[in-house]
Ligand binder design. Sequence first.
Ligand code: ADP
Ligand code: MG
Length: 250
Amino acid sequence: MVYADCVSKSFGSNEVLKSISLEVKRGEVMCLVGPSGSGKSTFLRCINHLEALSAGRLSVDGELVGYREANGRLYELHPKEASKQRRDIGMVFQRFNLFPHMTALENVMEAPIRVKGQRRSDVEKRARELLARVGLAERADYYPAHLSGGQQQRVAIARALAMDPKLMLFDEPTSALDPELVGEVLDVMKELAKSGMTMIVVTHEMGFAREVADTLVFMDGGVVVESGNPREVLTNPQHNRTKAFLSKVL
Ligand code: ADP
Ligand code: MG
């Protein structure tokens, strides 16, 4: 589903991703961990066409996102194709980014109506199902300001799912939440993983990674330091940088 081959990304002289090679198969969950500034968000942004690669090759579901040859020539999807592919990729951020002037239900209905032009009655039925799936059937008519952070983040997940994505990217989805609200969001993500969704999750929740991830990737300074089965990486890290990081977050 996601194939990154020697992907690099620089901002000016700052090389943020240094030849990242990763693969996420359909239905798999990859957790991406690492210190702040290690390039995790940038990697997600490359997958989602929000940043152009500086080198390497990246594809999603067999379709090229970008490819830059050694001579510097860049191949990218036509912008129309790129925005089509972006519709198939759901993204959930640390900050919930809900539209404040819309109810939970309207937030979930917005993209399928505006972007896909689907019928309002069909979209509403599906949006209510999705809100029920994230445990918020009773909150459909609430505005974001009247929902807790955990509820807002669950609406954000339902909103992403409304576009029927084939891949979900999560960038520290629980980092801005009060500790007692983290579990309800992780539970929704666990259910999503069980349903077979392909997911890349940037998180510091090692319990989630251990339980749900097929692969745990530890990044530091723009490189993949190590990756593997989460239980193995967590109980028997091979690199000192991984050990040092884990000792801080576990
Ligand atoms: P992480 O998500 O692991 O904390 P980021 O991918 O956000 O790391 O950032 C990695 C590095 O890239 C940081 O040094 C950050 O300052 C830099 N960076 C990220 N986005 C930009 C940008 N748009 N312009 C310049 N530098 C950026
Ligand atoms: Mg980040």
